[in-house]
Design a protein around this ligand. Structure first.
Ligand code: PMP
Ligand code: GLN
Length: 381
């Protein structure tokens, strides 16, 4: 068989989690919490898992009661007109499926898709599987801000889609209202669409506000906005996310979604619908994660890791040149094997493996896990 993605290996997240398991390392590589979802949510799931009638296929676009809750939440959170549950909201198997469904729905062979780098690892391969051409625009180090002049220069009549990710994985950088307005201006009078990956929407620090593409009028009409309950409710294993988009765009997403997964697990959707109206479950997240960010930074003080500023999400980038002059992949493997702490090399987020000498820690961990990891990082085994 001739591979369709001959240059693509196993995802770095799978590779580093496997290596962490083999080495008995603390896994700060793959992004997932080591604490459980809120008890009200797991209890709701237990209830629905034994409720007669909740064990068969959910409706293709998602349970109506969950889509209604998503609509209310979106309006409340972003001060926008509630998206219509019937025509503008689709529940997907994680943001992963939403990303894939949107790309498969809109990208044709030869279409260009603008992707900021570093980028989440599925973007490039998923675009290429549609015959699309990823056009990579580098974010500026050390703050990982977009350079809008570079964006303007990269846009062509063939640009089908611009892919945004805010808060950004792996850097935590957060786009501002000005950024979204600038992009809106650049896309005015074009047929270019926007895919806005906002899975870390509730993790923004230092008083910042997450700005959704849905809030920028010039973008809302052309945007697919994605989120993930996995991130918001510490339940990455549940794989439930959603896509909000205007009716015409939603219709195209559903055309594809119905043939990827058809529908998403019924009892998990019921459980999420039960708790979505409780705003305290997500309004507490900025404080919760900011404290973890600051605790982890304090623990790594004077260890030789130089931490980059983190505005959002649950990742901390670090330079390590005081400790080693090797490339980031070698250093990530060394830390996993020798220090017993697994991390991700940031070159994995560049299509050409560009090495900026940076590693990524995930700080979505219990306090004692962060303390244990820092102890190991201070004195490698
Ligand atoms: N986008 C980004 C930027 C992510 O970090 C993740 C989670 N790793 C996803 C999408 C996928 O989300 P889900 O787990 O809901 O499929
Ligand atoms: N999004 C997670 C991360 O960046 C991993 C998800 C996955 O393993 N595919 O670490």
């Amino acid at each position: 068989l001739v591979s369709k993605l001959p240059d693509v290996g196993t995802s770095i997240f799978a590779v580093m989690s496997q290596l962490a398991a083999e080495c008995g390392a603390i896994n700060l590589a793959q992004g997932f919490p080591d604490y459980d979802p809120p008890q009200v949510l797991t209890e709701a799931l237990a209830r629905h898992a034994t409720t007669p009638g909740h064990q068969q296929y959910a409706p293709m676009p998602g349970l109506l009661r969950l889509r209604e809750q998503i609509s209310r939440k979106t309006a409340l959170l972003y001060g926008v007109t509630p998206p219509d549950p019937d025509t503008e909201i689709t529940v997907t198997s994680g943001a992963t499926e939403a990303l894939y469904a949107v790309l498969a729905a809109v990208v044709r062979p030869g279409d260009e898709v603008l992707v900021f780098e570093p980028a989440y690892d599925l973007y490039g391969p998923a675009i290429r599987l549609q015959g699309g051409v990823p056009v990579y625009v580098p974010l500026r180090l050390p703050d990982f801000r977009p350079d809008w002049d570079l964006v303007a220069a990269a846009l062509t009549p063939r640009t089908r889609l611009v892919l945004l990710n805010t808060p950004h994985n792996p850097s935590g950088a957060v786009l501002t209202a000005d950024d979204l307005r600038t992009l809106g201006r650049l896309l005015e009078n074009t047929a270019t669409l926007v895919l806005s990956d906002e899975v870390y929407e509730h993790m923004v620090f230092d008083g910042r506000q997450h700005r959704s593409a849905r809030q920028e009028p010039t973008l809302a009409e052309r945007s697919f906005v994605l989120s993930s309950f996995g991130k918001t409710y510490h339940a990455t294993g549940w794989k439930v996310g959603y896509c909000v988009a205007p009716p015409q765009l939603t219709a195209e997403v559903r055309r594809v979604h119905q043939f990827i997964t058809f529908a998403v697990s019924t009892p998990t959707q019921h459980a999420l619908a039960d708790i979505l109206a409780d705003t305290s479950l997500y309004t507490t997240l900025p404080g919760f994660y900011q404290r973890k960010r600051d605790q982890f930074a304090a623990l790594l003080h004077a260890t030789g890791f130089e931490l980059l500023p983190t505005q959002g999400a649950y990742f901390q980038l670090a330079r390590y040149q005081q400790l080693s002059t090797t490339d980031d992949v070698t250093f990530a493997r060394y830390l996993t094997r020798e220090a017993g702490v697994a991390v991700v090399p940031v070159s994995a987020f560049y299509h050409d493996g560009r090495d900026h000498g940076l590693i990524r820690f995930c700080f979505a961990k219990r306090d004692e896990t962060l303390v244990a990891a820092a102890t190991r990082l201070r004195s490698p085994r």
